[in-house]
Design a protein around this ligand. Structure first.
Ligand code: NAP
Length: 493
C-alpha cells in the first residue's frame, strides 16, 4: 500500500531540519514536516525574551556542514539563530515540505499495512512509511501550580510566550525561576522595570561569559577562507568536549575539573557581589554540572542594584496584586514573569502519543519500565520510527553534535535498507538492552551519581531518579558509533 508520504518529520527546529536534509541526501523526495508553530526554527522561533542568546559559542552551535560566517558575536543573539534557521531552510529547500500550525496528536503503527498513521488536530490524518519525531527536549513549557496563580490580576508572561508589545517600563515585576533563561533575562529586565523581585528556589552556578563582537575583518576572513572558521570551531568544540568528558562524565576520576569550575564561579560571584549574605544566597549547594551551568557577566551584578531584590524564602501563595513569600512578606506586583522552564518527564518523552507494534504505547512503556532508546534514536517494537529527543541521546554540550550524530545514524541505517531492498527496520531487543546497560553503567562515574546532586532539582533527572538525557560518551565516540553500529542490531523486512 502506498502511504501519503515516504517520511513525516514532526518538528521544524534544527533537529527536524537536520533529519530532513539527511533524507533529501538519501534521495527521499516525498517528505512532510509538520510543525505546531506558525514558522520554523523550534526553540529559536518560540523564545524571544529579552537577553535571549546562545550559550554555546556560535562557531560550534551550528551545522558543521553549513558554517555561518556572519555571526555578530561569539555567542549570537537569539534573532540571529532564527535567521540562520531560515537560511538553512531556504538553502536546503525545506520550506516547501513544511506545514505550519499542524499540531500532531499522535501516531500509530499499522501492522497490516506497515505504515504509520499520524493524527493531526483539525485535519485528516496522514500515512507515512517512516516517522521521525523531532519535538525537542525543551518544548513543553512548565507553568507552576502555585496556590492562587490563577487569581493574579496583572500580566503573567511565560518566557516561551514573550509579549513583544507589553511595555515593562516602570512596572513592579517579579521573576519566578533562576535557570539558564532567567540568567539571561534578569539583567535585561532590571534595566527597564521600576522594581524587580526574583523568587529563587535553587541557586545556579554561573561562570563568566567570554563574549564579544566578532570584528567585520574576522567575519570576512571566515567567509573568504572557510578553513579559518573550521579551525575556530574545532578549537571551541575540543574545549567543550574536555569540559563535558572530564567535568561531567568522569567526575569520579577527575573531580578537580568540576571543583575548578565551581571555584571559578565562586570567584566570579565574589568579584561582583560584596554583600556576604547575598553571596550566600546565590551560592549553589550542589556540585557543578548537576544541572546545566550558565554563563553571564551581568547576572550577579543585577542583584546589587537597589531596585532588585532576591527572595529565597519561597512562595506561600499568589494574590491578585502580588506574591506572599514563605516568610510572610508580600510583594506588590503588576507583572509576573515565569522563567519556570519546561516539563520534560511528564509530558515530553515523547511529546505526542506514539503507539507501536502490539499496541505498545511509548510513553507508558518508558514510564513503566525505563527510559531507553538504542543509540538514542530507535526503540524495539517501533518499526520505521526515529525519535530524536530521546533518552541518552544528547551528546556533548552543543545540540548540533547530537543532531549530526543522528543524521549519521540515519545515513547508515537507510543505506542498509536500500542495499537490502527492504523498507522496514526495527531495532532488536538485544541491541537495545545492551546499549541501555552500557550507558547506565558508564553513568556511575558521572557527576550525576558520583557527585552531590540531591538538592539540584535538575531536569536532567527523571521521575525514577535516573539522569537519562545525556549520552555518557565522548561526542567522538557517539559519532563513530553512528557510522559503525552493527547492522544486525536491526531486523529488516
Ligand atoms: P530551568 O533550567 O528548568 O529553570 C526553571 C527555573 O524555574 C528553576 O530555577 C526552577 O527552580 C524554577 N521553578 C520551576 N517551578 C517553580 C516553582 N513552582 N516555584 C519556584 N521556582 C520554580 O529552565 P530554563 O531556565 O528555561 O532553562 C532550561 C534549559 O534551556 C537550560 O538548561 C538550557 O539548556 C536551555 N537554555 C539555553 C539557553 C541558551 O542560551 N542556549 C538559554 C536559556 C535556556 P528549581 O531549580 O528549584 O526547580
Amino acid at each position: 500500500m502506498r502511504p501519503d508520504h515516504e517520511v513525516v518529520i514532526v518538528g521544524a527546529g534544527f533537529g527536524g531540519m537536520g533529519a530532513a536534509i539527511e533524507f533529501k541526501r538519501q534521495g527521499v523526495k516525498d517528505l512532510l514536516i509538520l510543525e505546531r508553530e506558525d514558522d520554523l526554527g523550534g526553540t529559536w522561533h518560540v523564545n524571544r525574551y529579552p537577553g535571549l542568546a546562545v550559550d554555546i559559542a556560535s562557531v560550534t552551535y551550528s551545522y558543521s556542514f553549513e558554517p555561518n560566517p556572519h555571526w555578530s558575536r561569539l555567542f549570537a543573539p537569539g534573532a540571529e539563530l532564527k535567521r540562520y534557521a531560515e537560511h538553512v531552510a531556504d538553502k536546503y529547500d525545506l520550506r516547501r515540505h513544511m506545514r505550519f500550525g499542524a499540531v500532531v496528536e499522535g501516531a500509530r503503527w499499522d501492522e497490516d499495512t506497515h505504515l504509520w498513521t499520524v493524527a493531526i488536530a483539525g485535519s485528516a490524518p496522514v500515512t507515512t512509511r517512516y516517522l521521525v519525531t523531532a519535538t525537542g527536549f525543551l518544548s513543553q513549557p512548565h507553568t507552576p501550580d502555585i496556590p492562587g496563580i490563577d487569581t493574579f490580576a496583572g500580566e503573567i508572561i511565560h518566557t516561551t510566550a514573550w509579549k513583544d508589545t507589553y511595555d515593562l517600563a516602570g512596572k513592579r515585576a517579579a521573576v519566578i525561576g533562576t535557570g539558564a533563561t532567567a540568567v539571561q533575562l534578569i539583567p535585561e529586565l532590571a534595566k527597564t522595570v521600576k522594581h524587580l523581585t526574583v523568587f529563587q528556589r535553587t541557586a545556579i552556578w554561573v561562570v563568566p561569559k567570554i563574549d564579544g563582537r566578532i570584528p567585520p575583518v574576522v567575519r570576512r576572513l571566515f567567509a573568504k577562507v572557510p578553513i579559518t572558521q573550521r579551525v575556530a570551531r574545532l578549537f571551541n568544540t575540543a574545549l567543550l568536549e574536555v569540559l563535558m568528558v572530564a567535568g561531567v562524565l568522569h567526575y569520579k576520576k577527575v573531580p578537580m575539573a568540576g571543583r575548578s569550575a565551581a571555584a571559578l564561579a565562586k570567584r566570579h560571584l565574589r568579584n561582583q557581589v560584596r554583600d556576604p549574605e547575598l553571596r550566600r544566597k546565590l551560592t549553589p549547594d550542589y556540585d557543578f554540572g548537576c544541572k546545566r551551568p550558565t554563563f553571564s557577566n551581568t547576572y550577579f551584578r543585577a542583584f546589587t542594584k537597589p531596585h532588585v531584590h532576591l527572595e529565597t524564602s519561597g512562595i506561600e501563595r499568589i494574590e491578585p496584586d502580588g506574591i506572599v513569600a514563605g516568610d510572610g512578606t508580600k510583594t506588590k506586583l503588576d507583572t509576573l514573569v515565569l522563567a519556570t522552564g519546561f516539563n520534560l518527564w511528564d509530558v515530553n518523552f515523547p511529546a505526542i502519543e506514539i503507539i507501536g507494534r502490539e499496541g505498545r504505547d511509548l510513553g507508558k512503556w518508558w514510564r513503566d519500565t525505563r527510559f531507553q532508546a538504542y543509540e538514542g534514536i530507535t526503540v524495539p517494537k517501533f518499526p520505521n520510527f526515529l525519535t530524536l529527543a530521546s533518552p541518552y541521546s544528547y551528546s556533548g554540550l552543543s545540540y548540533f553534535t547530537t543532531i549530526e550524530t543522528q543524521m549519521r545514524h540515519i545515513h547508515r541505517l537507510f543505506g542498509e535498507l536500500r542495499k537490502r531492498g527492504a523498507d522496514t527496520f526495527e531495532v532488536t531487543e538485544r541491541a537495545n538492552d545492551q546499549f541501555l546497560d552500557r550507558v547506565t553503567a558508564k553513568l556511575d562515574d558521572s557527576v550525576f551519581y558520583a557527585g552531590s546532586c540531591s538538592t539540584a532539582r535538575s531536569y536532567y533527572f527523571n521521575q525514577h531518579g535516573e539522569a537519562a538525557i545525556l549520552r555518557p560518551t565522548s561526542t567522538l565516540n557517539a559519532l563513530r558509533e553512528a557510522g559503525r553500529f552493527p547492522l544486525d542490531d536491526y531486523t529488516y523486512a
